[in-house]
Every structure is written in C-alpha cells, then in structure tokens.
Design a protein around this ligand. Structure first.
Ligand code: CA
Length: 238
C-alpha cells in the first residue's frame, strides 16, 4: 500500500515538474528568436528582385543608372540557383544597387549585415552600407560609412557591423557598385546575405530570457529535491 502511494505521488510530481521545465524552455525559446535570426527576406536571391523602387520591406529592390544593371542571375550562384548580379559596362558616373529595408529595430541594437560576393572583372567600385531610416520609413536618419571590401574571382564573405542610431527603426541594407571616379566595367555577384541583431539594448528581452533560463534551472533542481525527499521518506517507512 505504501509503495503504491509513493508511486502515484512521485508520478504526479514528475509530471508537474516536467511541465514546469518544458514551460520554462518554451519561454526561453519564445524570448530568444530576435537574436541571431536572419531578418532579410529572400537572402539568397532565389526569388525575383523587384525594380518597383522603395520602400523595400520584405523584398530586395534594384536600381541602376545608364550603362548599368542589377538583377537576378542564374550564372554564378554561391548556393541555390540564383544570385544578384550587378554590372557596369564601360560607363563613368553610374551605379547599380540592390537594397532591402529591415523594420522594427531599436536604437542601441548592434547589428551585422553580411553576405558573399565575387567578381568577374578587375574593377572594385563596390560599396556596402546601411542607411538608417525612421519608423515610418520616410526619412533617412543617417548612414554608415561605405564599406569597400575586396572582391575576388571566388566568393568571399563581407561583413558590416554597426549600431542602430537614435531615431532609427529601419535599416536599409545596400550593396552597390559605382563608377563615379571614371569609366569602368564591373560585374559583381552577391549571394547568401544576412542581417542579424547580435545583441539587444532592450533590457526586457534580455532579462526575460535570463528569467526563463533561471526558472528552468530551479524547476529541474526542484524535481530532484522533491523526488529525493519522497524516496527517503518511502525507505524510512519500509
Ligand atoms: Ca542563391
């Protein structure tokens, strides 16, 4: 009889604690997804790049001046079936650009815009930058300096780290090529891009995550403590 009672009690306790642990893990997962999640749509350019113009939330947009182009290309993908291809054909003072708007950001957040690029030309007029825009995506707050990473005949990574400035809520990530310093021919491919928040200035998200982990640990410790005490009690009654 005593053994039966003990089994039922431990079973109920185990289920309760198991529930607590799973709930805590769920909380932990729930409050974590904004971290290190790629916030770009169509990061590998497998879907069409739009030419409709800004805004560009949830899609890549392209633009180009005379003698230049930017569009999907199936000739040199790093992964999948397509990449973005930007070209300038022997033309001075022109450009080609692809860009995408990432909304919902908070000033103070550290972010990274990254991807892979390669070229079939010797010219190096590429520019990587983030243009910061207000919450209405109507006004540019400021922009990062242009990153001009070396681009070679094989795909190599590029990465731009920055912090969301005061007043900004949208990051317009830009990969451009240009020939403002004279006529040139350029052919550059971009693939496998990402925009991630690497930490957060929003204390609630960080503290909720920490709290969820703490609850999970305490629930697990509680499970062992309760089961140990009940088994000790059962043995003492035997
Ligand atoms: Ca691709």
């Amino acid at each position: 009889m005593a053994a039966t009672m003990q089994k039922i009690t431990v079973g109920n306790t185990s289920r309760s604690c198991f529930f607590l642990v799973m709930a805590s893990l769920a909380l932990s997962v729930y409050f974590t997804p904004a971290l290190a999640q790629n916030l770009l749509a169509n990061p590998g350019f497998e879907d069409p790049i739009s030419a409709a113009g800004a805004p560009a939330v949830g899609e890549w947009e392209s633009g180009a001046g005379a003698g230049a182009s930017a569009a999907n290309s199936a000739s040199m993908p790093r992964s999948g079936a397509q990449a973005a291809e930007s070209t300038i054909t022997g033309t001075p003072n022109t450009f080609a650009i692809v860009f995408q708007d990432v909304p919902g950001l908070v000033p103070g957040q550290d972010v990274v815009f990254s991807g892979y690029h390669k070229t079939l030309s010797n010219a190096d007029g590429n520019q990587v930058r983030i243009e910061w825009r207000d919450a209405a995506n109507a006004v540019e707050i400021g922009r990062t300096a242009n990153l001009t990473p070396a681009v070679s005949a094989d795909y190599t990574p590029f990465s731009l780290t920055s912090t969301v400035p005061a007043g900004a809520a949208v990051a317009r990530v830009v990969y451009a090529i240009q020939s403002f310093e004279g006529p040139s021919s350029q052919q550059v491919f971009v693939d496998d891009t990402a925009f991630v928040v690497t930490d957060t200035a929003t204390a609630p998200a960080a503290s909720w995550h920490g709290l969820a982990v703490l609850v999970a640990i305490l629930a697990t410790l509680g499970t062992f403590a309760i089961r140990f005490r009940q088994r000790t009690f059962a043995y003492s009654q035997a």
